[in-house]
Write a protein that binds this ligand. Structure first.
Ligand SMILES: C[S@@+](CC[C@H](N)C(=O)[O-])C[C@H]1O[C@@H](n2cnc3c(N)ncnc32)[C@H](O)[C@@H]1O
Length: 287
């Protein structure tokens, strides 16, 4: 019955899992508890919270903002309006890096491995890498003060994820007008999921994204869709070590263009598809 309240916003299956997520958070019980006790009742206070949350969902607010959290690569991260909700495609980018690290495509003798995440948002990429690459010195940078604060919070909350973990250092940086980061040393690995959605696509996108997520985290002008990639390439000519790597998430419609942009300055560029078969990420090697 409650799921009907979300008609037109989510399909019936999504509605059910969204309501389940809300109930889990409100009652601190698991899905299994609900299955075992189908008659479980919630208190009047809990009903009040549930109703308030459903109203927010009816206004098309993303469920992650309503709950204040999302899952990314096994981590529970805080998210809030003004900062992008990390996506599944970005987990694939992180997985690519970790596979390359495990099979030693990325040089293990560099210690600590210096990593920079440009446009860190909630800190998802930087924190996941720092949890899975032992001893890595991970920096995260963003132009947005809210993103910086949220990354710091998420990094503190993620601290127990690995024993030899060094906290992520977070800095404000405008990649379009970069100034050297505090210690001014190059990085072995630069990663970024920069804004890449064409402004003209806004019309066809879900209101959950266009009304609630920060436009400056998502959109680029149609007249200059690669502006962040050009800025990253420029930055990397000074701040990427020899034999270092860049990993980037990309707009599926611009795979060839991003590849050719980096091919003019770097020795090896590989384009990779996401699980939906769309051109979604590239790896650049500074050989
Ligand atoms: C697509 S979001 C990615 C967020 C996060 N890395 C993730 O994958 O969920 C792009 C991020 O770039 C940041 N950004 C936008 N313009 C920027 C700039 N000029 N310099 C640095 N960061 C910028 C935004 O604030 C946003 O956090």
């Amino acid at each position: 019955m409650v799921t009907g309240a979300l008609e037109g916003i989510y399909n019936p299956r999504e509605s059910e899992s969204v309501i389940r997520l809300l109930l889990e958070q409100i009652t601190q019980k698991s899905t299994v508890d609900f299955i075992l006790d189908s008659q479980m009742e919630i208190s009047p206070e809990q009903t009040g919270v549930l109703e308030a949350w459903i109203e927010r969902l009816q206004r098309h607010e993303p469920v992650q903002y309503v709950l204040g959290t999302t899952e990314f690569f096994g981590l529970t991260l805080r998210v809030e309006p003004g900062v992008l909700i990390p996506r599944g495609e970005t987990e694939e980018l992180v997985q690519w890096i970790l596979n390359d690290y495990k099979n030693e495509q990325i040089d293990h003798t560099r210690s600590p491995l210096r990593i920079l995440d440009i446009g860190c948002g909630s800190g998802a990429i930087a924190i996941a890498l720092s949890c899975h690459i032992p001893g890595a010195d991970v920096r995260a940078a963003d132009i947005s003060e809210r993103a910086i604060q949220l990354t710091l919070t998420n990094d503190m909350n993620a601290a127990p994820c690995a024993r030899s973990r060094i906290p992520v250092q977070v800095n404000r940086m405008d990649i379009l007008h970069p100034v050297p980061l505090p210690d001014n040393r190059p990085f072995d690995l630069i990663v970024s999921n920069p804004p890449y959605v064409l402004e003209s696509r806004k019309e066809e996108m879900d209101r959950r994204v266009t009304v609630f997520e920060p436009p400056e985290a998502l959109f680029v002008p149609d007249a200059d869709p690669l502006k962040f990639y050009r800025a990253i390439a420029r930055f990397a000519t000074t701040y990427l070590t020899k034999k270092g790597y860049i990993y980037l998430e990309i707009n599926e419609d611009f795979g060839r263009e991003v590849v050719s942009l980096f091919k003019s300055g770097f020795s090896e560029v590989i384009l990779r598809q996401d699980i939906h078969g769309k051109d979604r990420m590239i790896r650049i090697y500074n050989g």
